[in-house]
Design a protein around this ligand. Sequence first.
Ligand SMILES: NC(=O)c1ccc[n+]([C@@H]2O[C@H](COP(=O)([O-])OP(=O)(O)OC[C@H]3O[C@@H](n4cnc5c(N)ncnc54)[C@H](O)[C@@H]3O)[C@@H](O)[C@H]2O)c1
Length: 302
Amino acid sequence: MSALDLGGKAAVVTGAGQGLGRAYAVALARAGASVVVNDVDARAAQETAALAGERAVVVTGDVGERAVADALVARAVETFGRLDAMVTNAGVLRDAVLWKMTDEDFDLVVRTHLRGTFLCARAAAVRMRDQGQGGRIIVVGSPAGQYGNFGQTNYAASKAGVVAFARTWALELARASITVNAVVPTAWTAMTATIPIYKPLAASVAAGQPLPPAVRREHAIGRPEDCAGLVVFLASEAAAGISGQAIGIGGDRLCLYSHPAEIVTELRDGGWDAAAIAAIWQERLAAHVQPYGVRLPKLELG
Ligand SMILES: NC(=O)c1ccc[n+]([C@@H]2O[C@H](COP(=O)([O-])OP(=O)(O)OC[C@H]3O[C@@H](n4cnc5c(N)ncnc54)[C@H](O)[C@@H]3O)[C@@H](O)[C@H]2O)c1
């Protein structure tokens, strides 16, 4: 049996009614897994389950509700007898610059990504620890969380937090052989189709035209299916030793992200006052200040 074969394993994918979550659920099922398909949209989730085949079941509901998160794991155990992988993909955008962001939009995005990931991962960790056979928790970050992004206060903070979850849970769950990694996907979905620079592509993509090579390679934007191989790999025995990582995937691109690290360190007996910092800043740190914000290469559409 190939190390990538998921036969006999059971997975949950949240927010799997469309886009990336649908692609993950279908790919996991094709690799042999039984799948619990979740979404707030019941009809969309049913459609995904139909695409995933006979070993797929649906649990509708909001991942920000504890009862829904617990029900996802319970359904996997009742129907398939076990849980091997939890993929916390459900997500929403409510973009606005800081000074225009409403309390409601902040709370919805934080609730869906941070609380939703926490609730689902906790329910999965409890079951996987009891099961005693290891497991996989695959959370979902974003370039916005890695770099910061204009207009995405709520989303960037949530996604950075999700990657921090992965690093923390990788430590806590290592003894139970449960790996935790963050996938940082980019794909053409309902979410990306709204980004202004991609608007000129919307009609051709909707008509089934392939995304241009420059978009697939430089922007890492392809079809949702282009991201699904990473989720299958991480869910498999082939990825047993990989934990605490943030891994980018999209279009023709696969990348491993660095973790934040000290790049310049200075020591001063007795510590640092403002004047000493001002002096050393120019001398030693100024040359190393870091770029920030998602930066996409200019898009030349022929
Ligand atoms: N598309 C991209 O390029 C991209 C880039 C970075 C990160 N992501 C992340 O990948 C994930 C999927 O993105 P997508 O582009 O497929 O988005 P999408 O909007 O196409 O799909 C998201 C799905 O999640 C569901 N959902 C929303 N809130 C939910 C909730 N509270 N409970 C259950 N389901 C809920 C929606 O109904 C929808 O079906 C998200 O976490 C997103 O932030 C996407």
